[in-house]
Design a protein around this ligand. Structure first.
Ligand code: PGA
Length: 255
């Protein structure tokens, strides 16, 4: 049987960069730079205050807008939090969940990741679920254990149907913002581990359709080598996504 074709996803995670005005300037330029990009999905994740303006700026293009987090309740006394219906109303289609910076600095756990994933799915948002080991875990030989624990718990209690919109991002923590990319071999091994686990938990069809993105110092110079790997289906790009020309070059990695 021929391998399933999975449309690549190139996603930019802006983290805590860019005001609303800067977002609109970026997207107006980026829309033109990517207008002929075909066969891939493009996602941009600005900070919360810029989401509605971003969604408006990309109208008529194929660019999707993602939030960088969400709360699992729809509304309530949760000062500082934002819910799935609010993100949908602002024009978001996707949401990043469980980024290592949230796990490291804001108390995110495998359990809260799972609650957010379920809330996103219920609210009609496509989750981009981040997993990845720290340097200490890799050096201690715990990479596989960490990845299996994170993916099992992130997707706990989902069915093949409910899980079908999900995108996973493998982001080794030691490669994020460090300029130190995982080699394609290291990344491919982790992606294979994750896909095998999803196959075991949710079945062959879900596993074959699942897009697994690589994240961690992705740039125009290394995207091609990563995308050549059979289990790497795209990139989650931090630093390089802040420059429209660099992000567009990553999206056009084949040309
Ligand atoms: P980076 O960040 O590309 O700057 O390493 C990736 C990420 O954190 O998603």
């Amino acid at each position: 049987m021929a391998a399933t074709t999975r449309a690549p996803v190139l996603a930019g995670n802006w983290k805590m960069y860019k005001t609303m005005a800067e977002t609109v300037v970026y997207l107006n330029e980026f829309k033109i730079l990517t207008q002929y990009a075909e066969g891939c999905e493009i996602v941009i994740a600005p900070p919360f205050p810029a989401l509605a303006a971003a969604a408006e700026a990309v109208q008529g293009s194929k660019i999707r807008i993602a939030a960088q987090n969400l709360h699992w309740e729809k509304e309530g006394a949760f000062t500082g939090e934002v819910s799935a219906p609010m993100l949908r109303a602002a024009g978001c289609s996707d949401v990043i969940i469980g980024h290592s910076e949230r796990r490291q600095y804001f108390g995110e756990t495998d359990e809260t990741v799972n609650r957010r994933v379920r809330a996103a799915l219920e609210g009609g948002l496509r989750p981009i679920v981040c997993v990845g080991e720290t340097l200490a875990e890799r050096e201690a030989g715990q990479t596989t254990d960490v990845l299996l624990r994170q993916i099992d718990r992130a997707l706990a209690s989902l069915t093949p149907e409910s899980a079908s919109p999900i995108i996973v991002a493998y982001e080794p923590v030691w490669a994020i913002g460090t300029g130190r990319t995982a080699t394609p071999e290291i990344a491919e091994e982790a992606h294979q581990t994750l896909r095998d686990r999803v196959r075991k938990n949710l079945g062959a069809e879900t596993a074959e359709h699942l897009r697994i993105l690589y994240g961690g110092s992705v740039k125009p110079a290394n995207i091609q080598g990563l995308m050549a790997c059979p289990n790497i289906d795209g990139g989650l790009v931090g630093g390089a996504s802040l420059e429209p020309a660099l992000m567009a070059a990553i999206i056009h990695y084949q040309s």
